[in-house]
Structures are given as structure tokens and as C-alpha cells.
Write a protein that binds this ligand. Structure first.
Ligand code: F6P
Length: 353
């Protein structure tokens, strides 16, 4: 069978491991041939591709980024964009397509499936906010990077009697913030799901310092929102992308100023940004990404189109693409309980009210 592969949306450690696994299993076990479409859906709209064989995927398992490159191109926003994608698939004799991406990429995959394209999805995002699956690959790597950063920030915060605000990624969901906040022992964790009262955060920090601690670590997701005074998340401005997303960023600095003003404690900000998305995937993400790649190629040969490989429990299953798109998977009560479980009641009241 001739199969196309593309990677769309923000890059994510483990993309190359998915590509490698699909190409290896397809070549060894099914006699498949592959074509890699470049730069996400742009490759299909503009017919840009590269040969994808065993040689092309040799040595890419530990490499971050994606050998196919990526973009946030949305064919549905371009004149005849979806039809151009279909024409490109025909011209390249592609019988089935594996689309590796998050909500945006998979929403385009769903539209193409509705037009008759045989497509299988693989869930990707460091934010871990895709519905239909327990975990996306790339998330574990991001959490490990942030945890190491929080550990480092701890020692300098302690040395200087400072409050350190660590801004992490997480547009609609606070998975990275809550996991790394717990694993790094943060004192306050702020997530997009729960707008926060900055007076209460300041009160908690003052209370902590009054009880003899002289530094505090605050982890804040880029999409977290002040409960009062401002509307929505802090944005960097600029154009919306083709899927309608604004560029987030800046809450760390705004929050640091507000906390310093309210507490009188010297406060600094660390914005981790794209460092969270770069570099080599963790062993966990390499294995998960490999299992997704294997799952996807098996789904193609079982004819399970319009579906996405998904992790449920510890099994790779397939779920309808429609289950993965539309609504984000936000931080659940169990994780919130875990974050609150390690706080005293008086500390909980200070943040949650
Ligand atoms: O989609 C994942 C993500 O990393 C978000 O957490 C973040 O807001 C966004 O991508 C940043 O996108 P870009 O690299 O296009 O600025």
C-alpha cells in the first residue's frame, strides 16, 4: 500500500519516533511504501513532499522536531484547500494518510475523511489536552524539562529570598503546570481551568513567609486567567493563526509585578517557552510515540479510517476522530485533588477560597 504521512501544528518531541515506527512496520510487515508531506497540511495544499523510506528514518528516534517539518496551515481556510489536498493525494498515488497532530490538524483530517479520504490520526501535543486519549506524546518530555527548571529555580530562589514565577505552556489546559508543579514541589500552581484571585495568591505567599519560609515558587500556565480586572488570558498580540488562535504569553511577568506589589517580596519571572518543545524525547515519549506509530499503521491495514490511535489505560486502541476534536481535555478533579492533597487546609483556603 502507498501511504502518506504528515506532521501538523506545533512541533513536539516524539514526532520522529512516530514516523520511524510507522515506516519500519509498514516496510517490514506490510510491504508498504511511503511519502512524507512537508510542513503539515501545506504539503498537501502545495504538493510538497519527500521520499520516506527506511534510510530516511534511520537515526531519527532520539531527534526532536520533525523531519517532515510542520506548520499551522489550515486548508479549510484556503480557496479549494481541501480539494487541493485530495488532488495531491491522487497525484502521489496515496491510498491512505496518517496525520500526526493535535486538535487543529485532526479537525482537518476529519473534514478530509468526510470527503472520502482514508485517513488515520495520531494524537500529538505537549499540552496533553486532546480528548479521546489518556496521554499525548511530548507531554512527558515537557514535564521533565519544566521539573528540572523548577529544581534549578528553587536553589536560586532560596539563595535570594525571592518569589520565582515560572511560566509554562498550556493554552487551554493546565496539565504541564499541574504535573510539573507537583513534581517540582511548587507552592502555588495556576491553571487556565480555574481563574485565580491574585490577592489570595499573595496572601498565601505572605502566610508562608510569615511561617518562616523565605522563598516561594509559583508555576503559572500561559493560559491562566486573573479572576477579576482583566478579561481572558494575557496575550502577546499579533495576528491570529489560521485556526483562530492568538499568541499567548506574558502572564508570568504581569503576575510577578502584582505579587511583588502586594507582598513586598522581591519577585522574578522565568518564561520557559519553546524550550519545553525542543530537544530529545524522554524514554517514555519514545516508547509511547513508537506505539502510536505502530498502532496507526495497523489501523490503516485493518481499514479503521476516520479514527485516531489512542492510549486508554495502557493499551493502544482506536477511537473516532470526532471524539478527539472539538473539546479540549482539561485537568480533571483527580489531578486537582492531588495538587490540593499536599496542601494544608489553611493553604488551600488561601488560594482556592
Ligand atoms: O500547541 C501547543 C503549544 O505549545 C501551546 O502550548 C502554545 O500556546 C503554542 O503551542 C505556541 O505555538 P507557536 O509555537 O506557534 O507559537
Amino acid at each position: 500500500m502507498r501511504i502518506g504521512i504528515l506532521t501538523g501544528g506545533g512541533d513536539c518531541p516524539g514526532l520522529n519516533a512516530v514516523i520511524r515506527a510507522a515506516v519500519r512496520k509498514g516496510s517490514f510487515h506490510y510491504d508498504d511504501t511511503f511519502v512524507g508531506f512537508l510542513e503539515g497540511w501545506r504539503g498537501l495544499v502545495e504538493d510538497k513532499s519527500m521520499p520516506l523510506d527506511l534510510q530516511a528514518v534511520a537515526g531519527i528516534l532520539p531527534r526532536g522536531g520533525t523531519i517532515l517539518r510542520t506548520s499551522r496551515t489550515n486548508p479549510a481556510k484556503k480557496a479549494d484547500g481541501l480539494d487541493k489536498c485530495i488532488a495531491t493525494l491522487k497525484r502521489n498515488n496515496v491510498e491512505a494518510l496518517i496525520a500526526i497532530g493535535g486538535d487543529d490538524t485532526l479537525s482537518v483530517a476529519t473534514k478530509l475523511y468526510d470527503k472520502g479520504v482514508k485517513v488515520v490520526g495520531v494524537p500529538k501535543t505537549i499540552d496533553n489536552d486532546l480528548s479521546g486519549t489518556d496521554f499525548t506524546f511530548g507531554f512527558d518530555t515537557a514535564v521533565n524539562i519544566v521539573t528540572e527548571a523548577i529544581d534549578r529555580v528553587h536553589t536560586t530562589a532560596e539563595a535570594h529570598n525571592r518569589v520565582m514565577v515560572v511560566e509554562v505552556m498550556g493554552r487551554d489546559a493546565g496539565w504541564i503546570a499541574i504535573y510539573s508543579g507537583i513534581s517540582g514541589g511548587a507552592d502555588v500552581i495556576l491553571i487556565p481551568e480555574q481563574p485565580f484571585d491574585v490577592d489570595k495568591v499573595a496572601a498565601k505567599i505572605r502566610m508562608r513567609h510569615a511561617r518562616g519560609r523565605y522563598f516561594s515558587i509559583v508555576v503559572v500556565a500561559e493560559g491562566a486567567k486573573f479572576a477579576a480586572g482583566k478579561n481572558g488570558p494575557v496575550v502577546q498580540g499579533g495576528e491570529k493563526d489560521e485556526f483562530g488562535h492568538v499568541r499567548l504569553g506574558g502572564i508570568g511577568n504581569t503576575l510577578a509585578q502584582e505579587l511583588e506589589r502586594r507582598t513586598g517580596f522581591e519577585t522574578r519571572t522565568v518564561v520557559l517557552g519553546h524550550i519545553q518543545r525542543g530537544g530529545s524525547p524522554t524514554a517514555f515519549d519514545r516508547v509511547l510515540a513508537t506505539r502510536y506509530g505502530l498502532g496507526a499503521i495497523d489501523m490503516v491495514h485493518r481499514g479503521e479510517f476516520g479514527r485516531m490511535a489512542a492510549l486508554r489505560g495502557n493499551k493502544i486502541l482506536s477511537v473516532p476522530l470526532a471524539e478527539a476534536t472539538g473539546t479540549n481535555r482539561t485537568v480533571d478533579q483527580e489531578m486537582l485533588d492531588a495538587a490540593f492533597g499536599i496542601l494544608e487546609d489553611v493553604e488551600k483556603e488561601a488560594v482556592a477560597g
